[in-house]
Design a protein around this ligand. Structure first.
Ligand SMILES: [Zn+2]
Ligand SMILES: [Zn+2]
Length: 315
């Protein structure tokens, strides 16, 4: 099969052996996959991953209870036997693999093996181009699963990229005071068409007033900027994972008694519901699409400043 593989560098393999499903796994024939900031960080060395990239996908299950049907898949492959799993936190299983991120081949390929219990049926009304956003929308839905957000909460989303846009949309369904701060006028313009207030980063000089700041910058400058915007006793939600070491003064966190919340993968059922009822719009985010055979080019394109979501057509 074809696959976009990361080893010393990213390349296309056209004769990679098909994945062999482990116990409890089924093969999914990928139809569409999305490029995410995490893929770009993996290429820079994050997690030291080697293998087939890609964790955002929609495809057709080849066997099992969903055989022949369209599915999306949660990315954490848990053991379901350890104390963490039995305690109800399988996404934190210490024995887990993660599709396209940790010791498990991913979705930039004709076929991917996925634990059957990770699969979710895609409603017929959702196109592949929309369903492929389930994983990142779920990540955005994880924020209200971790932090209470009231109607009056002053929320700042830092970052106008792929994830920042989705977080801003999800959070503006909960709070009437969401402001997205970014560096790209054309990306902020997309958010304004969705009715979300925006500001250009250099123009922000306000005193720290936000109750909640969500860092979706994908940059090591995100957390220091977030701390300059959050009010004392406020909350900073970190969505950014950056390859390599980060250094910053931690004293402001102590002085302002800021709560720092790391936030990662989220609920697929909530994401599918938000996509199905139009609370989250994703079509405006698709900036480019490439055939899987041009996957290396797609990853290069996703690294450029003007790109938003780059999709890979696999069929
Ligand atoms: Zn992702
Ligand atoms: Zn486990």
């Amino acid at each position: 099969m074809r696959a976009v593989v990361l080893d010393r560098q990213v390349h296309l393999e056209s004769n990679r052996p098909e994945p062999i499903p482990a116990e409890g796994e089924v093969l999914v024939r990928v139809r569409c996959a999305g490029v995410c900031e995490t893929d770009l960080q993996l290429i820079k060395g994050y997690m030291g991953f080697r293998g087939v990239l890609g964790h955002e996908f929609v495809g057709i299950a080849e066997s099992g209870a969903y055989a022949g049907r369209r599915v999306v898949g949660e990315i954490n492959c848990a053991c379901w036997r350890c104390g963490t799993c039995l305690g109800g936190l399988p996404t934190h299983c210490p024995n887990r693999t993660v599709l396209g991120i940790l010791n498990h081949d991913g979705a930039f390929a004709d076929l991917i093996a996925v634990p059957e219990r990770n699969l979710h049926l895609v409603p017929d009304a959702l196109s592949n181009d929309v369903a492929v956003f389930t994983e990142p929308v779920a990540a955005a839905c994880q924020i209200p699963a971790q932090v209470a957000i009231g109607r009056q909460a002053r929320v700042v989303v830092l970052g106008d990229g792929r994830l920042g846009n989705l977080c801003a949309q999800v959070l503006s369904g909960l709070s009437d005071n969401v402001l997205t701060i970014g560096k790209h006028p054309e990306k902020l313009a997309i958010l304004r068409t969705m009715g979300i207030a925006t500001a250009l980063l250099p123009e922000v000089t306000a005193e720290p007033m936000a109750d909640i700041v969500v860092d979706c910058t994908g940059s090591e400058s995100g957390l220091p900027t977030a701390l300059s915007l959050v009010r004392p006793r406020g909350t900073v939600v970190l969505k950014t994972t950056v390859a390599g070491a980060q250094t910053m003064p931690w004293a402001p966190l102590v002085i302002d008694e800021v709560t720092l919340v790391g936030s990662r993968c989220g609920p697929f059922d909530k994401a599918l519901a938000a996509l199905a009822d139009g609370r989250v719009l994703v079509a405006p985010l698709v900036s480019d699409r490439f055939d899987l055979a041009r996957g290396v080019e797609a990853l290069e394109r996703a690294q450029t400043k003007s790109a938003l979501k780059v999709l890979l057509d696999v069929s």
